[in-house]
Design a protein around this ligand. Structure first.
Ligand code: SAH
Length: 466
């Protein structure tokens, strides 16, 4: 076993959930940030536990053949990207293997089955500049100059960077205008340690289809001095649609407060995913990678196999992105979501698209679905609530068992499972396959290139009639 401050040479053979390299020294596992699969590295142990330890990359003894020069100059310090130094091809292979491995190990599926039904991972043609949203913290460097950038991994130290490789190029122009405005008008940056200073964050959103731009300054106060100078400067940018500020006077890591004040233009921008139009305000949730969202939800729609006569449930529906996608091809869609504001957005989005066959419930899936099932049985003695297709897109922790069991009771012909964590996905698929369903198709989709995350969409079919 290694101890703190020991040095070791290790070959990186795997990658952890956050993109960190994993290697073994005499059977002892080390996690090494910034090392990629295939590297032989010299490391120093920083923290040693019984079974495993964390080590710092000191020197690359032999670079991995899959290593590539990061596009961004601050890739290593910045907490935003974890695997920029791994070739994109290898990133995709790693992500597909991660899903495959979890389905086999945790789900208990046979290798042969998985290899037969797993489709190629959907990667991006251009794996940079894919984010439509950026939230830059504003602060000061050691010399007291105003800076904007991103937090370093695990800390709140701001790494100055106006040109994030995942964001859109216009971010830079906007940030520089905001910083110039602050400097010229002696407007201070917020300081987390003292709770003093005004500007905390700059939120920028860009509609990939409409090219509309939103800028929202998050401030530790109720008024932005000289605001007209800021709007005058920002409004010159073609596509500028919404300039607002958000009030957040709390000592908190939560970026946005609840109150928005309009400075210029309108309070929201509009954008599209597929044919569905969305109004996005500074506080709305909206998928950050619109190109891959279209791919992921398009795949979910294809797996749903709708003909126009189906009753569909979209559980964990958020702002209804999947529900509205499906509603265009189904008879009726019911969405369930825990966050009331998300449901308000979902309803408004249905309305602006003229979609009338979608209905939304606010509440916990593990309460709404079983309650609906029980109430239906009461009202229709001898009958059970039925759905033709159920789509679930749960948070990382997956579905509660009561959600899964009610789904099985509702006897849908097809279940489409969209997941952001293939470990909980595998666990839930195991349950569904032990209760009358068969796994038909699996597709991993790379929604977040340069990070360790991977999304998966699966199709299950009912094996025997209920
Ligand atoms: N498909 C959605 C995103 C799903 S993300 C969209 O397009 O917007 C998962 C969603 O599950 C989040 O919106 C989260 O608020 C919601 N959620 C989390 N726990 C939940 C629960 N117990 N019951 C219902 N919804 C829940």
């Amino acid at each position: 076993m290694l101890k703190k401050n020991d040095m070791a040479v290790v070959t990186i053979s795997d990658m952890g959930v956050d993109g960190e390299g994993i290697g073994k020294v005499d059977g002892y596992t080390l996690f090494v940030k910034d090392a990629v699969i295939g590297d032989v590295v010299n490391v120093k142990v920083m923290k040693a536990k019984k079974q495993y330890g964390y080590a710092r990359l000191m020197e690359i003894v032999e670079p991995s053949p899959y290593r590539t020069e990061p596009v961004c100059s601050v890739a290593r310090q910045c907490g935003g990207c974890q695997i920029q130094s791994l070739s994109y091809e290898k990133q995709l292979e790693f992500k597909k293997n991660k899903v495959r491995g979890n389905l086999i190990r945790i789900g208990g599926f046979e290798e042969k089955l998985i290899d037969r039904i797993m489709e190629p991972i959907a990667g991006m043609e251009e794996p940079f500049h894919y984010r439509n949203k950026a939230q830059y913290p504003i602060g000061k460097d050691k010399e007291g100059n105003l800076i904007a950038g991103f937090y370093a991994g695990r800390t709140h130290q701001i790494i100055s960077n106006h040109d994030c490789a995942l964001g859109v190029p216009i971010n830079r122009v906007i940030l520089e205008k905001v910083l110039a405005f602050m400097k010229e008008n002696h407007i201070s940056a917020y300081d987390e340690t003292t709770g003093k200073g005004l500007v905390r964050h700059v939120l920028i959103r860009f509609g990939f289809i409409t090219k509309e731009i939103m800028v929202c300054l998050v401030i530790n106060g109720t008024k932005l001095p000289c605001a007209e100078k800021l709007t005058e400067s920002l409004a010159q940018i073609p596509g500028m649609t919404s300039i607002t500020y958000n009030i957040n006077c709390e000592n908190t890591n939560v970026i946005m407060g609840n109150e928005i004040r309009l400075l210029w233009g309108q309070e929201y921008i509009t954008d599209y995913i597929g044919d569905v139009k969305y109004q996005i305000s500074p506080l709305s949730f909206y998928q950050v990678n619109p190109v891959q969202t279209n791919v992921l939800y398009g795949q979910a729609l294809e797996y749903a196999g709708l003909t126009g006569n189906e009753t569909v449930w979209d559980v964990y529906c958020g702002i209804g992105t999947i529900s509205l996608f499906l509603a265009q091809k189904a008879k009726k869609v019911y969405g369930v979501e825990i966050v009331p504001q998300a449901i308000e957005d979902a309803k408004r989005n249905a309305e602006i698209n003229g979609i009338q066959n979608a209905e939304f419930y606010v509440g916990k899936a593990e309460e709404v679905l079983p309650d609906y099932y029980a109430a239906y049985a009461k009202e229709h003695p001898g009958e059970n609530a039925h759905a033709d297709v159920i789509v679930v897109d749960p948070p990382r922790k997956g579905c509660e068992e009561s959600v899964l069991s009610t789904m099985v009771n509702m006897g849908p012909d097809r279940i489409v499972y969209v997941s952001c964590d293939s470990a909980t996905l595998a666990r839930d698929l195991k349950y569904l396959c032990e209760n009358g369903y068969g796994l038909e198709k699996v597709r991993a989709v790379d929604m977040f290139p340069m990070t360790g995350h991977v999304e998966t969409v699966c199709l299950l079919s009912r094996k025997a009639p209920v």
